[in-house]
Design a protein around this ligand. Structure first.
Ligand code: KG4
Ligand code: ZN
Length: 430
């Protein structure tokens, strides 16, 4: 007699027999599920995810089919726009004030109570420490009062795996994560195994978008007043009459690696704005006349830089035979992945390199509770990092910095891959 690992009732164990009460499932000779009774396997599993790594308070419940049963998100964007950036203690207070309501709303939307949930997944790294702390404490609290397993989640792993919720994306695949806090390329080998191919050496692209939008005083323009910097720049760029009026130098053209840098582009934008303001005698809250063209030029330079580095990552994976032909997939996620122009440029590179481009819907690219719940579900399915011992759960702490997987950046540099850069005319001719 063996206890079922979920319902804990002892039942006779019979291998691979769906009519039995307790069984093991073997796939390719590997035991995937051990000692579960058939009642448990038939039942849908529900994981609640908690996200507070930056300025969004997100909670959601997903089931094992990838269905979103309920979700709720409180965004602090309008407040941070009015302050000119995220102020960590203010972000913490918003999380603290809203997290209970957000949780109640998510459960209500799902028509569920805490007792119906199988486990609590929570972002514990990386992120802003004051923000992470609120979610971590709340997730642990739910786990304690509901007597539920706790699944600590790495925010970037969650971004990288979200695409698997709705689409068939098999391991290994290439992922590009572009957001307000991060920029990285990685090879995703499994739910728990990642290889970092490159990351940003200074600003993240979303951060550069936010700072340039702020410098352009876009929050003073009615239609952009509540938009984040990236969304505002994308909207303005669409209205450009001459997207190459402003020149931005190519970024790191001689570095044969997959690392990124956005501070040079940001500073170049700052310099060009300042020159226009002086030349045209622009005062206080006034806006420069060529704002749409400047936004388009900046967005184009960011898109080309991201695409060039992604192309080198694809060439590296080819040279080293790291992706089977049928897996040639680029997943792009993170807030900046909402940008349709950047997605278009990535689409051009993907077509050239014979890759399939997968981009989750915008609400799943931005920070949210769903991706955390889904990462919890992926871990639940393979029983990786699902903590059940209350003492072990209590010891889990948050970490502001946490690398994604093992570092292959020097391996890329050593490969010294030459890579032709994407041309502006190729972008505008498609
Ligand atoms: O992933 P996310 O919600 O939070 C972080 O982990 O950073 O990303 C937020 C970032 C912001 O910097 C915002 O400016 C950027 O994503 N963003 C965009 C767009 N929408 C959001 N950047 C470019 N184009 C967009 N449409
Ligand atoms: Zn994020």
């Amino acid at each position: 007699m063996w206890p079922c690992r979920l319902c804990l009732i002892k039942r006779p164990r019979i291998r691979c027999n769906m009519n039995s009460f307790l069984f093991r499932i073997f796939i390719n000779d590997r035991i995937l599920l051990k000692n579960y009774c058939s009642n448990e396997l038939a039942r849908s599993i529900k994981i609640l995810g908690v996200e507070t790594s930056c300025d969004d308070t997100g909670i959601a419940i997903v089931d094992n089919t990838g269905a979103i049963l309920g979700e709720s998100l409180h965004s602090q964007t309008p407040t941070h726009i009015s302050f000119g950036g995220i102020i960590p203690p203010i972000a913490r207070e918003f999380h603290r004030k809203n997290i209970t309501d957000v949780c109640e709303q998510a459960l209500k939307n799902a028509g569920l109570k805490l007792r119906d949930i199988d486990a609590i997944a929570t972002t514990v790294k990386p992120g802003m420490p004051l923000s992470l702390m609120i979610g971590k404490n709340f997730g642990k609290y739910l786990s304690r009062i509901g007597n539920k397993p706790f699944i600590p989640i790495h925010h970037m792993e969650a971004h990288a795996l979200t695409a698997r919720m709705k689409e068939e994306v098999n391991f290994p695949y290439l992922v590009l994560l572009i957001s307000g806090g991060h920029c990285l390329l990685a090879l995703v080998e499994s739910v728990t195994k990642f290889h970092l191919l490159g990351s940003t050496m200074d600003d993240a692209p979303g951060e550069a978008f936010d700072k340039v939008a702020r410098r352009l005083k876009m929050h003073n323009i009615f239609e952009y007043r509540n938009k984040n910097g990236g969304a505002a720049i994308e909207m303005a760029a669409k209205k450009a009459t001459d997207p190459v009026q402003f020149e931005f130098p190519p970024t790191m053209p001689h570095y044969r690696d997959c690392n990124f840098s956005f501070s040079g582009l940001k500073n170049s934008a700052f310099r060009q704005i300042q020159k226009l303001e002086i030349d045209l005698n622009i005062m206080a809250d006034e806006i420069i006349p060529d704002i749409n063209n400047l936004c388009a030029g900046f967005q184009l330079a960011v898109a080309k830089h991201i695409a060039n580095k992604t192309k080198r990552a694809m060439l590296f994976l080819d040279n080293e035979n790291l992706i089977p032909n049928e897996n040639r997939t680029l997943v792009v996620s993170g807030g900046v992945a909402c940008n349709n122009f950047i997605a278009k440029v990535l689409g051009i590179v993907s077509d050239q390199q014979n890759y399939r481009l997968v981009r989750p819907p915008p609400q799943l690219c931005m920070d949210n509770g769903v991706m955390i719940a889904w990462n919890g579900m992926e871990r639940w399915k393979i029983n990786a990092g699902v903590l059940r011992d209350p003492r072990e759960i209590e010891e889990i702490d948050h970490q502001s910095r946490a690398p994604l997987g093992d570092d292959w950046t020097s391996r890329i540099k050593k490969a010294h891959i030459q890579c032709s850069i994407i041309k502006t005319k190729d972008i505008y001719s498609t």
